[in-house]
Design a protein around this ligand. Structure first.
Ligand SMILES: Nc1nc2c(ncn2[C@@H]2O[C@H](COP(=O)(O)OP(=O)(O)OP(=O)(O)O)[C@@H](O)[C@H]2O)c(=O)[nH]1
Length: 384
């Protein structure tokens, strides 16, 4: 890295010498630590749509009330890694600490409050949810996606059989549920074995489904591990299917990239490091990895040197000399290969990260302006 700068919005009141907030402790400057709480939110907003949901649903395909939060169900055999995935992605647990996780005995329900509200239900591996004692409607009635975790380091035939039974059950009652298969723990496998396992699992599931007459069941496959970025990438894809505004977001990002000669742009949910949209140019996982690492750096710096910021409403009320042009956190870092990364806080949950070539560096004013336009457009798309 050759150089970098981080702009944390200036204070509007007082001398602003120290980084201490009102409470005396250190606070976050840019809301980049984000206000997500594990809590139940009774007033979740879910857009209504007359369309029958398929991919990019954004609504609950099976919701009777059409007013629930999307629910992600984590299912699979015992010790396949479900709780680890949930802890690493949504609770920031370091992957090595998952070694000490105990087996889940009851369904664990987490409510996530972010750019959209959703729930994550972690099921104990041994649970038979089609047992008549269980209220199947209650489990599957409001779900956005079923994530089935298969341990690729273990004998996975039982897991596949159970998954096939589950999909066939669901196809009869809830045909539009997205089934997302995580072929997990691939970190311990050689490249060849990993590719063979991936193909084998897909083949076995697709054969079973087409034998049963379900050629086009909405089933997707991912190779994941909590020890690298693949689990975040996979979750990003899962969540994106639940965002009805995804096509709009993608075309906004496309036009931002075209106008500012940006090579790749991601819109990140900062705390989980899930990207909720990206421009549509093809890219490899390294663009995601570097952007996601950059968020870690910025969040760490903000947490140490940040301070409380006034709400947007309070900002708008303030007039005067210390009014600042851009109240949002921003950072640029130059990389070794003549490219640089630009981060801009978009709202309290989301940040935009752009990968650019060095030759567009002189266009900072244009980029700032266009990002401002993008931000305004986004505010109309996401009302919260
Ligand atoms: N190598 C590797 N190990 C993992 C990965 N994910 C989870 N594990 C390990 O797998 C073991 C089981 O993980 P858990 O998250 O407890 O599994 P679970 O599916 O929730 O298990 P139950 O609660 O019994 O259903 C732990 O020792 C984790 O450290 C991964 O991506 N790679």
């Amino acid at each position: 890295m050759a150089s970098s700068y981080l702009t944390i919005p200036a204070r509007r009141h007082g001398g602003g010498k120290s980084f201490r907030g009102h409470g005396g402790g250190y606070h976050n400057a840019a809301s980049l630590t984000l206000e997500r709480y594990l809590q139940d939110l009774p007033i979740a907003e879910v857009p209504t749509s007359p369309l029958r949901p398929q991919f990019h649903t954004g609504r609950l395909p099976n919701s009777k009330l059409s007013d629930g939060k999307p629910r992600l169900l984590l299912m699979g055999q015992r010790r396949s890694g479900k709780s680890s995935i949930s802890s690493v992605v949504f609770h920031k647990m370091p992957p090595t600490e998952t070694l000490f996780l105990e087996s889940t005995a009851r369904i664990q329900k987490d409510s996530m409050h972010s750019f959209m509200d959703f729930q994550v239900w972690d099921f104990p591996g041994q649970l038979d949810f089609f047992d008549p004692a269980f209220d199947v409607d209650n489990i599957f009635g409001e779900i956005g996606a079923l994530i089935w975790v298969i341990d690729a380091q273990d004998d996975y035939l039982d897991a596949i059989n159970r998954l096939n039974t589950t999909i066939l059950h669901l196809q009869q009652t809830y045909p539009s549920i997205n089934v997302e298969v995580f072929i997990h723990k691939v970190d311990g496998l050689s490249e060849d074995y990993k590719a063979d396992t991936f193909r084998d699992v897909i083949q076995r599931i697709q054969d079973e489904l087409s034998d049963a007459g379900y050629e086009n069941a909405p089933v997707s496959f991912y190779q994941t591990s909590i020890y690298d970025h693949s689990i975040f990438e996979a979750f990003s894809k899962v969540i994106q299917k639940l965002i009805p505004q995804l096509p709009t977001l993608e075309s906004l990002l496309d036009s931002l990239c075209n106008n500012c000669r940006i090579e790749k742009a991601f819109l990140f949910d900062v705390l989980s490091k899930i990207y909720i949209a990206a421009d549509t140019t093809p890219s490899d996982i390294s663009s995601y990895e570097i952007s996601s690492d950059y968020i870690d750096v910025i969040v760490d710096v903000s947490e140490i040197y940040g301070w409380d910021r006034p709400s947007k409403a309070a900002e708008n009320e303030v007039d005067g000399e210390d009014q600042i042009e851009n109240p949002d956190a921003e950072s640029v870092i130059t990389l070794q290969n003549d490219s640089y990364l630009y981060l801009r806080e978009i709202n309290k949950y989301l940040a935009l990260i752009c990968l650019m070539r060095e030759d567009s560096r002189g266009k900072k004013g244009l980029i700032d302006y266009n990002v401002g336009v993008f931000q305004d457009a986004l505010a109309q798309v996401f009302t919260r």
